[in-house]
Design a protein. Structure first.
Length: 260
């Protein structure tokens, strides 16, 4: 947290505790347990993960809240947000310097604050969504750092905003499975690559080549790395094959507020 500049690094334990309490905007460690353990247990459906990772996850989520507070959003409009997804899908072929400002503009106009917060070590989370007061927060970590992971997470979290209760915290973490998470997975898959398009493509090719994948991606207007990721997930191609078509993102921020 100190390396990311979220808190001051203190040699004195009391001062360090004070810095942590101010970061979380709480009065005591007991209050942290009351607030965060409860919400994380609900998000994880009270599994052991919420206990094991609670300090790391809560720090990452809190940083997202702090950054989201700096974004001015209109009143939440789920239908407007849903209608924007077709436009957002087109951004998968853009550079971060282009798509990050566009995402922020479209999201805030529909009442959603999108924030990119680097993952703390051992976080293991792709994204999270929750509603705080009059805005939704979609928080992304770039876990995996590839464009197929990022865009899948964007549309997965979008499903939670559109279809699921705003009273819950939704976390996308490997190994989590439940009805709402599965629905969000299917939602993201179908928006990124419509099922009828994918089925037609797989019927036309027995073992797709890189060139065929690139042509298919261009035809449906999506980044080829996303097609590779989907075919790997569906075991149509090996996990080790086609990864050079994926785009990797880092955490060097540009003046425009994009990722490079």
């Amino acid at each position: 947290m100190a390396e990311f500049g979220w808190i001051e690094k203190c040699k004195n334990n009391i001062r360090q505790l004070d810095a942590l309490l101010r970061f979380f905007a709480i009065a005591s460690p007991q209050q942290w347990e009351t607030i965060w353990i409860r919400d994380l247990q609900t998000a994880f459906r009270k599994t052991e993960s919420s206990q094991k990772d609670s300090s790391i996850i809560s720090a990452w989520l809190r940083r997202g809240e702090i950054e989201a507070q700096q974004l001015s959003c209109t009143k939440i409009d789920k239908q407007k947000f849903r209608n924007s997804l077709a436009e957002i899908r087109k951004f998968t072929v853009e550079e971060p310097t282009v798509f990050v400002p566009k995402l922020k503009s479209i999201f805030t106009a529909a009442g959603v604050a999108i924030v990119f917060v680097p993952a703390l070590p051992k976080l293991g989370i792709y994204g999270a969504t929750r509603r705080i007061n009059d805005k939704y927060i979609m928080q992304l970590s770039l876990y995996g750092k590839s464009n197929d992971d990022l865009w899948f997470t964007v549309f997965h979290e979008a499903c939670h905003i559109i279809k699921h209760s705003g009273r819950e915290l939704y976390i996308e973490k490997e190994g989590l499975e439940n009805e709402k998470e599965n629905e969000a997975n299917i939602f993201a898959q179908n928006i990124l690559i419509p099922p009828e398009c994918l089925n037609s493509f797989l019927v036309s090719v027995s073992v797709p080549s890189l060139l065929q994948i690139k042509k298919f991606a261009a035809n449906i207007g999506i980044a080829p790395g996303i097609v590779v990721g989907r075919l790997q997930h569906d075991k149509k191609i090996p996990w080790s094959w086609g990864n050079n078509l994926k785009v990797r993102y880092g955490w060097n921020y540009l003046k425009e507020g994009a990722l490079k």
